[in-house]
Ligand binder design. Structure first.
Ligand SMILES: O=C(O)CCC(=O)C(=O)O
Length: 183
């Protein structure tokens, strides 16, 4: 496994050569299973005149393929390495699928204000199963994991940035992804 970057300083790193082709296949299988069996939490995050951008949450305990990826891939070991933790708990799984041609962007946001957890030993993993163009990949603002915090909002709302939140410091980042590229 190669860790590029400084997690404490920037709040984000790029991890290379940690997952095998089999792990990627597990994730792909889990996403397909999720799309075929959406939970009540699922939502469409793009408008009707856009290509489908579907997201769903918290499916690991009803989809065996999702649970296998979470329990048996190196994901938890990577989180332990980055946070210096001896054990890792899953907060949630979050599947986001942008079909080819989707224009809807994921807006800038921080994850921490969405999560009801405290502390600095936490991490989110963004794991694409298809090649993603530079113009469509995730972006981070280095150091934004130290706040200030901004109000959560939904992806599709396209509201102005939320008001700063009065919140202690946690390691999360401003992230966004662009629209998907055409297939
Ligand atoms: O992939 C995306 O569109 C958004 C991912 C994201 O915001 C996150 O992982 O926190």
């Amino acid at each position: 496994m190669i860790i590029e970057g400084d997690f404490d300083r920037d709040g984000a790193v790029c991890v290379r050569q940690a997952f095998s082709a089999e792990h990627v296949a597990w994730a792909r299988e889990a996403i397909d299973a999720n799309l075929a069996d959406l939970s009540p939490l699922a939502r469409r995050a793009s408008s009707d005149d856009d290509a489908p951008f579907v997201e769903d949450f918290c499916s690991w305990n009803r989809l065996p393929s999702m649970e296998r990826f979470i329990r048996e891939s190196p994901a938890a070991a990577i989180a332990a390495e980055l946070t210096g933790s001896s054990s890792i708990r899953l907060y949630h799984d979050h599947v986001l699928v942008k079909e080819p041609g989707t224009r809807q962007r994921t807006p800038w946001h921080q994850d921490q204000p969405y999560y009801n957890v405290e502390g600095t030993q936490n991490a989110s993993m963004w794991f694409p199963v298809d090649p993603v163009d530079r113009s469509a990949t995730i972006e981070f603002i280095a150091g934004s994991h130290r706040g200030p915090w901004f109000m959560p909002r939904t992806i599709e709302a396209e509201l102005p940035e939320g008001a700063p939140m009065d919140h202690p410091l946690f390691p999360v980042l401003w992230t966004r992804t662009h629209e998907s590229v055409d297939a």
